[in-house]
Ligand binder design. Structure first.
Ligand SMILES: Cc1ncc(COP(=O)(O)O)c(C=O)c1O
Ligand SMILES: N[C@@H](CCCC[NH3+])C(=O)O
Length: 439
């Protein structure tokens, strides 16, 4: 059994997180319930920031809020001195509602609309990470209309295949994201940006994928970007102030995952950056990174109530919980694996192997296959670990299942930060038709 952060077993044989008994949390707030270990999020944020500080590198650590975007989480990111990566008008709005300083917000996305760009520019956000030629021309329009300038990074695809699930690969040449570094698109984009009166070209961005365990891909991306920087320096005298190497640092979901530490990722990347900066005879640029999963992933645990059981004789025991792909779509989407325990009987003897089924009307709605557990009964509580990233943020209302509540726990206290959706919330935007049938 592996426990992350402040998770432990208390005297009642219950799972405790942040000094709070999860059985009490389930009784107070209901299930399913997302529980976040705030101390662990702070610890991760600090280890990223402190490593850069120790290495004497000018850096920004931007929390990729797509991993878990709520007002409370954005406030926490601000408290920890992080910058913020947003990827839509909705994430930007959440950040602004949370009072996050606009100058530390970076705006991503491969199809930002005129309205989204206008909103970002009007609020004076720190920089726009430009993804394509269409966006460059839209930015010109928005800047002209607002009579202002904007700082940008150009997102490039370095042509790297990181070792992760195909759906979360982004650095390969055949990707919907960014300007190709190898095929000349990035060169053209640099020229356009340098010629523009409205655009301040701050630097270059790349993101090679997600849930990556090795530094090889990051080092190769760095090398490719610096090779191009040499050309751009010679051709245009352009030296990026910022090189943003994205996020994607892997975490431990199950015993099969062996991530390296946050400081090791950063140390190896910085050693490579220093080497190439020396070769180019330039000062080390500001290094920005964008971790999402590695800041919040293992800090999140979902608590479910066990409901029905179905035995397929000699084949399998299905144990159904009161959530599923509506609150965690990752197993269905990426065959993602999770570990879990009974939160109200953590140390009871393991007696059977069960497969955890969600309650959605889909055979593919299976959270965990072949999980060793004590003999579970209805109303026992199942705690699924490491659901903090891309759980709540990818939750949905399939089968009109309301989204769960979210609580933060820290130092023995729990705070509700997102209310549970109600049935009324589900129909709030519905408009009945004017029926022709006379009853
Ligand atoms: C551009 C960009 N930055 C940062 C991230 C965050 O990735 P992760 O949560 O794997 O750290 C992503 C998602 O993969 C991304 O697309
Ligand atoms: N949503 C994905 C990762 C994609 C990250 C965004 N580019 C996951 O759950 O692993």
């Amino acid at each position: 059994m592996y426990f992350h952060g402040t998770s432990r077993i208390n005297e009642q044989n219950h799972l405790e997180i942040g000094g709070v008994d999860t059985v009490d949390l389930a009784n107070t707030y209901g299930t399913p319930l997302y529980v976040y270990d705030v101390a662990l999020i702070r610890e991760r944020a600090r280890s990223f920031r402190e490593t850069f500080k120790r290495l004497n590198i000018n850096a920004q650590v931007a929390y990729a809020s797509k991993a878990f975007s709520t007002i409370a989480m954005v406030q926490l990111a601000d408290e920890e001195g992080l910058s913020l990566d947003v990827v839509s008008g909705g994430e930007l709005f959440t950040a602004l509602q949370a009072g996050f300083p606009p100058e530390r917000i970076h705006f991503h996305g491969n199809n930002k609309s005129y309205e989204e760009l206008d909103m970002a520019i009007k609020y004076g956000i720190g920089c726009i990470v430009v993804d394509n030629f269409y966006e460059l021309s839209l930015i010109e329009e928005v800047c002209n209309a607002n009579n202002t300038n904007v700082q940008i990074l150009l997102r490039v695809t370095p042509g790297i295949e990181a070792h992760t699930h195909d759906y979360i690969l982004t650095g390969q040449e055949d990707s919907k994201f960014g300007f190709g570094l190898i095929n000349g698109q990035a060169d053209k984009a640099v020229e356009i940006a340098l010629e523009s009166q409205n655009i301040v070209l701050l630097g270059i961005h790349c993101h090679i994928g997600s849930q990556i365990f090795e530094t090889t891909g990051f080092l190769l991306a760095t090398e490719r970007i610096f090779t191009k920087m040499k050309e751009w320096k010679e051709r245009h005298g352009f030296i990026p102030t910022v090189v943003n190497l994205g996020g994607g640092f892997g975490i431990r979901y199950t015993a099969d995952d062996n991530p390296i530490t946050v400081s090791k990722y950063v140390e190896e990347i910085i050693a490579e950056v220093k080497k190439h900066s020396d070769d180019l005879s330039i000062d080390i640029p500001e290094i920005w990174i964008e971790p999402g999963r590695s800041l919040v992933g293992d800090a999140g645990t979902t608590i479910y109530s066990v409901g029905s059981r179905k035995e397929v004789p000699n084949i399998r025991q299905y144990l159904a919980i009161d959530g599923g792909m509506s609150d965690n779509i990752r197993p269905a989407l990426y065959q993602a694996k999770y570990e879990a325990v009974l939160a109200n009987r953590v140390n009871d003897e393991i007696e059977e192997t069960v497969s955890i089924a969600g309650k959605c009307c889909e055979s593919g709605d299976m959270l965990i296959w072949d999980l060793p557990l004590p003999k579970a009964n209805s109303n026992d509580l199942l705690a699924v670990f490491c659901t903090g990233a891309y759980g709540y943020s990818m939750s949905n209302n399939y089968n009109r299942i309301p989204r769960p509540a979210v609580v933060f726990v820290e130092n023995g206290e729990a705070q509700l930060v997102v209310k549970r959706e109600s049935y009324e919330d589900l129909v709030r935007l519905d408009i009945p038709i004017k029926t022709q049938v006379i009853k």
